[in-house]
Design a protein around this ligand. Structure first.
Ligand code: SF4
Length: 211
């Protein structure tokens, strides 16, 4: 039985599955429409937002490829297009000249500012639901995303404060940063903890996340 077939779309599971499909289509539409007005492709939009919010160490062509789920060559093409529009600057990593880092220019930052509200309409609908429905929806979505992540279909990028590897105030007097990442075994300065990280692993349920 397939949820694509309306005759068989009778179970709650099937209806929710097709609802998620429609939401994905709506988001795709929102990205394309915004792209038309700003002369950006959906991949370029995602790249600008990635470069604004990803933790600095992953702002590379390889990191962008991973984020977009595309090949290195495709990500490099996206970076080329943004560079030619003067929204992105490339620079080799000082420690390893083979690694190309990417950063937003001031014009790129302005473009990213204009992208921030793309999902506002969806968030407004969710905010209008009763609190209990929001909680149930969140739990359900998190379960679906966790399964999709296990299957390798999606990668979750989140900030340190909800991560199993985060050690808050592990070395408060360290000039490199008071916190610690047990995944890369390195200190974390406070501002870095608020970026999105592809190595994020959520805390076990019911532990509090304190920003
Ligand atoms: S692995 Fe976790 S603690 Fe380490 S940088 Fe990423 S999100 Fe932060």
């Amino acid at each position: 039985m397939s949820p694509f077939d309306p005759k068989h779309r009778t179970t709650v599971g099937g209806q929710i599955t097709i609802a998620l499909y429609r939401i994905a289509q709506a988001i795709d539409y929102l990205l394309r429409e915004r792209g038309k007005t700003m002369r950006l492709s959906p991949a370029q939009i995602q790249a600008l937002l990635f470069l604004r919010y990803a933790r600095p160490g992953v702002r590379t062509i390889g990191g962008l490829a991973q984020r977009l789920g595309v090949t290195y060559a495709t990500a490099s093409g996206v970076a080329d297009a943004l560079e030619s529009k003067q929204f992105v600057a490339r620079a080799p990593l000082p420690d390893d000249q083979r690694v190309v880092t990417l950063s937003l220019t001031s014009a790129g930052e302005m473009q990213a500012d204009r992208l921030e509200n793309i999902l506002d309409e969806i968030e407004a609908v969710v905010n209008g639901l009763p609190a209990a429905e929001q909680s149930a929806l969140l739990r359900g979505m998190q379960a679906i995303i966790a399964r999709l992540q296990q299957s390798g279909y999606v990668r979750v990028y989140e900030m340190c404060w909800g991560c199993q590897f985060f050690r808050r105030n592990a070395h408060p007097d360290d000039p490199r940063g008071p916190h610690h990442c047990a995944f890369v075994d390195a200190p974390l300065a406070e501002p870095v903890t608020y970026f999105e990280c592809p190595d994020f692993v959520p805390l076990v349920e019911n532990r509090e996340v304190e920003p």
